[in-house]
Design a protein around this ligand. Sequence first.
Ligand code: SF4
Length: 315
Amino acid sequence: MAIVHELSWSTSRARTFSGCRRRYYFDYYLSWLGWGSRADPERRQAYLLKKMTRLPMFAGDIVHRGIAEYFARRDQGLGWSAEEAIAWGTQELRRGYKESRDGGWKAKPAKSIRLAEHHYAEERISEETGAAGDYGRRYVERIAACFRTFFEAPALDGARTSDPGDWLACEDMSTFDLFDTKVFAVPDFAYLERTAEAEPPVRIIDWKTGAPSDADRFQLEVYAFYARERWGIPTERTTAADVYLQEGEISEVSVGDAELEDALSRIESSLGEMRAVHFDADRSKGDPGDFPMVPENEAARHCSSCNYRELCDRA
Ligand code: SF4
């Protein structure tokens, strides 16, 4: 079945939309159809840039994959220790770093690691000055700290030892319909907590590998909304938490009916703004002028780490 371009919604899409409209255009419109090697050159360039990552994001992805691997092994009755996970994660980070540095990613951009730091020859990843060693070490340490929290924090015992039969979601991409639009939700982990109560409560967890941000709470509210829609779990039986693995901190988020109604109206308003500029990218590349770049005076904050700097001529 052919994939068609359509408007969808997710918290990450909404974040991009509110951060920089031009970036949103590159991510969700210009890069569309750019996956073929004979694609329109502009679409192809945007697609290749979209597929790049950065070391903090790559390290975060490794931690998420490692936790999913822990649960997959538990499902098969196999164990995995913190030391084994750290060794695997470190090796994975080094493998990706080398793959990015040595090039060749354009042949398989969807399956290869290409770091924007290498693409833009950023000083922080220079091997000549030795900066790359310090920069890489920061993320080796981050991966180790995150796995230590996951494997050792007493507050995560319930999640770690939960019965596979009680798992509702583990990094599963899923969608539900809202306001006639497909909404993407990927709860990191959700499970039924076994307690004395006849109806077990649902626990939703979002693993975080970076610093807390204002958007974290909203993301969990969307997952709680998803739990209500998908599994029919009332909010009074749902608890949700952001787990900041690097710091070893857990932030409980209230997901009562009032919070979910508020989240719903924020989704509706965000969708309305997106719909106002939406066009069919199967038919045209649209008008970039409808998607303004962030102003020059905000470039340092938004552009310095953006994948699309070469398209915007921003350093
Ligand atoms: S380089 Fe700056 S203006 Fe261009 S897409 Fe990225 S954030 Fe937006």
